[in-house]
Design a protein around this ligand. Structure first.
Ligand code: 5GP
Ligand code: MN
Length: 331
C-alpha cells in the first residue's frame, strides 16, 4: 500500500502527461463523482486527463460529467502515462477497457472496497472510507500541498458530495462516519450546492423509473421468514416500462426498507444468460461474503456479482445462498 502523498507526488511528475481514469461499469454516483473530481483537478494541473467509459451514464448523475467522459469505442487512446482504477479493485470491473489499462506505464488503484487487493503499481485502498470520493478529497488536499495551488472549487465540491451522498445513502448507512460529515461541511463552505445535487440525483426521476420500481416490487417475494426479499427486473419489464436498466438502481434499497427484512436481492437481466445481482443488508448480515462466493464483491452491507445463467435459475440460487447465510447468522 502507498500513501496519498506518494500518489500525489507521482501524479505531479512532469512526464505524467496523459492520465486516464477507469471507474467500474454501471457507474454509480461514487464511481463517477470521485472520477470527475479527480479528473477536473488533473486538468487544472495541466495534464491531459479523462475518464474512459464503456457504457451509458445513468441520466440522474450525468450532470457530473462536464466533458470528462470519453467512450473507449469512440477514441484512439495511445499509450497512457498513468491509469487509475477508480472505486474498484480489478480490471474485471471494466473488461472492455482492460487492455487500455494494461498499456499504462504506471497503474494505480484508488478504492474503498474491502474485497479489493493491492495488485497495482501503486495502491490506496481504505475500507473504512464511506466512499471513494472521501479518498479523492484527501488526495486533492495532498495535490494542493504538493503543488502549492488551490484546486478545490464548487464544481469539484458537487462531484465529491454526490460521491459521498450516494454511497452513504444520504448519510444514513452504517459506513457514514464523522469524516463523511466533516467533508460535507467543508464542501458547503466552498459554495457547493448540496441540496441542488440531491434534487438532480433523487428528485429527477422519469416516469419510467417509477413504473419499473412498481413492477419490481410487484413481483417481489419475501423468504427466510420475512428476513429476505428478492425481486427481478427482466428485459421484458424494461421494454414494458420504456425504461433503462440503470433505473433499477434503488429498488434493492426499497426492498430493504421493509420491516424485518435484513437482506434484499435484486436480479437484473442484462442478457439471456447474464444476470447482475445487487444485494443490500440492513444491520448484521455480510452480503460481500455472499457475493464473493459467486466471484463478485463489494461492501459488507452492499455487494454484487454477475451470474451467467437464466434469471429463473439465478433466483433459485440466490434464494438458497441468502437463506443459508441468514441461517448461519442465527446459529
Ligand atoms: P450495486 O449493487 O450497486 O451494483 O453494487 C453494490 C456494491 O458492490 C458496489 O460498491 C459495487 O462496486 C460492488 N459490486 C457490485 N457488483 C460487483 C461485482 O460483480 N464484483 C465486485 N467486486 N464488486 C461488485
Ligand atoms: Mn463506492
Amino acid at each position: 500500500m502507498n500513501t496519498l502523498k506518494e500518489i500525489a507526488k507521482m501524479l505531479l511528475k512532469a512526464q505524467n502527461e496523459k492520465i486516464l481514469l477507469f471507474p467500474h461499469v454501471n457507474m454509480d454516483g461514487d464511481a463517477l463523482g470521485s472520477s470527475a473530481a479527480l479528473c477536473s483537478v488533473l486538468q487544472k494541473l495541466g495534464k491531459t486527463a479523462y475518464i474512459l467509459t464503456e457504457d451509458d451514464t445513468a441520466y440522474n448523475i450525468e450532470f457530473l460529467d462536464r466533458g470528462y467522459c470519453v467512450r473507449v469505442d469512440e477514441t484512439t487512446v495511445g499509450t497512457p502515462d498513468v491509469c487509475i482504477c477508480m472505486d474498484c479493485g480489478s480490471t474485471d470491473r471494466f473488461a472492455a477497457r482492460a487492455e487500455v489499462f494494461e498499456n499504462g506505464a504506471v497503474s494505480v488503484c484508488i478504492d474503498h472496497h474491502i474485497t479489493s487487493k493491492p495488485i497495482f503499481d501503486m495502491n490506496y485502498i481504505d475500507g473504512s472510507a464511506a466512499a471513494t470520493g472521501e479518498i479523492v478529497y484527501d488526495l486533492i488536499k495532498e495535490l494542493e500541498n504538493a503543488s502549492g495551488r488551490t484546486l478545490f472549487d464548487a464544481e469539484i465540491g458537487e462531484a465529491i458530495f454526490a460521491a459521498i451522498a450516494t454511497d452513504t445513502g444520504n448519510f444514513q448507512y452504517s459506513n457514514t462516519t464523522e469524516k463523511s460529515h466533516l467533508i460535507a461541511a467543508a464542501l458547503l463552505k466552498i459554495g457547493t450546492d448540496e441540496s441542488g445535487v440531491c434534487v438532480k440525483i433523487y428528485q429527477n426521476a422519469k416516469l419510467s423509473r417509477i413504473k419499473l420500481n412498481a413492477a419490481a416490487v410487484d413481483n417481489m417475494k419475501l423468504f427466510a421468514d420475512g428476513r429476505a426479499a428478492i425481486a427481478t427486473v427482466t428485459q421484458d419489464m424494461i421494454d414494458a416500462c420504456d425504461a433503462e436498466m440503470s433505473e433499477a438502481d434503488g429498488i434493492a434499497e426499497t426492498m430493504r426498507n421493509i420491516r424485518g427484512v435484513e437482506i434484499s436481492v435484486l436480479l437484473k437481466e442484462y442478457g439471456r444468460d447474464e444476470v447482475k445481482v445487487s444485494m443490500r443488508a440492513k444491520s448484521y448480515a455480510d452480503v460481500a461474503k455472499i457475493a464473493a462466493g459467486f466471484g463478485g464483491g463489494g461492501h459488507v452491507r452492499a455487494a454484487g456479482c454477475t451470474l451467467r445463467m437464466k434469471i429463473s435459475e439465478a433466483e433459485k440460487i440466490m434464494t438458497e445462498a441468502v437463506s443459508e447465510a441468514l441461517q448461519k447468522e442465527m446459529q
